[in-house]
Design a protein around this ligand. Structure first.
Ligand code: GLU
Length: 285
């Protein structure tokens, strides 16, 4: 059965960009007659804001969205620990600054937009027993390709050359996003991952983890990020207006649905029912 999810990090109130992604994820799952899950990605407890869980639920309900189950990553640590034991990892005590210096010193980097970790911590000379160690996954020397259902784009990355061994557990014990998301999407039977385009470039990493752990790869849909009038991406930190302020200020959710649709180039009039949006989504795909 088609299963989609919305996976916000409860670090603050949702902004319109988050809400549009949630709406599209819901439409994708429901247009296919599938299940929809809400998963709070709350592993980084230092950044979690307790009020964000309920305000997220309220925002989604206000827009008319519903879900079949709710999960919190912070309650699923045993699953991530078990998956970690199945990966070939090594401890890394290097600081960010040392890694940055290692990148500058190594020949082939930086590559593309992202600097490639040089393998610095593999050298025992760089191990510092007194420091907390992160765990890095020894990535396979393979090219991983993924195709996106929303854009039709294909992305191929050789993980060793273009990404480097990445952190799967931080030095403070927090499981890394890539590991948790792959374990959860598998455990929750997620068939379709619809999320912001900012995660597209990281997708081959997640596919490689799936392949190593023996998990099927879901379909991916990377939707454009909502930008403001200056063309800048909306961000909680940048002071983007919160959905909560619209909701409590008495905005009309049917008008907001139409506006979110309009921002995708879908002209549906002044207000839009979920029914109308479902039909429009079905035509897109
Ligand atoms: N938690 C991530 C975020 O809020 C989304 C992860 C995902 O959808 O894979 O950006």
């Amino acid at each position: 059965m088609v299963t989609g999810r919305f996976a916000p990090s409860p670090t603050g109130p949702l902004h319109l960009g988050n809400l549009r992604t949630a709406l599209l994820a819901w439409l994708q799952a429901r247009a296919a007659g599938g299940r929809f899950l809400l998963r709070f990605e709350d592993l980084d407890t230092g950044r979690v804001r307790g009020a964000a869980y309920q305000s997220t639920r309220d925002d989604l309900h206000w827009l008319g969205l519903d879900w079949d189950a709710e999960h919190r990553q912070s309650e699923r640590l045993d699953l991530y620990a078990a998956a970690l034991t199945r990966l070939d990892t090594y401890p890394c005590t290097c600081s960010r600054r040392e890694i940055q210096a290692g990148i500058q010193a190594s020949a082939g980097a930086p590559h593309g937009t992202e600097a490639v970790y040089s393998g610095l911590c593999l050298d025992p000379a760089h191990r510092q027993p007194g420091r907390p160690a992160a765990l890095r996954w020894r990535v396979p020397d393979e090219t991983v390709c993924v195709t996106d259902c929303w854009t039709g784009d294909e992305l191929c990355q050789n993980l060793r050359r273009e990404v480097g061994d990445f952190v799967v557990q931080r030095g403070d014990g927090v499981y890394a996003y890539h590991l948790a998301v792959v374990v959860d999407d598998f455990e929750m039977g997620v068939t379709d991952v619809l999320r912001g385009a900012d995660l597209w470039e990281a997708t081959p990493r997640q596919v490689a983890l799936q392949q190593t752990l023996g998990f099927p790869t879901p379909r991916y849909w990377h939707v454009p990020l909502l930008t403001d009038y200056r063309g800048e991406r909306l961000a909680k930190r940048g002071g983007a207006p919160s959905v909560q302020s619209l909701r409590t200020g008495g905005a009309d959710p049917a008008a907001l649905r139409a506006e979110l649709a309009r921002s995708l180039g879908w002209a549906l009039g002044e207000t839009a029912s979920l029914q109308k949006l479902l039909q429009r989504f079905a035509r897109t795909t």
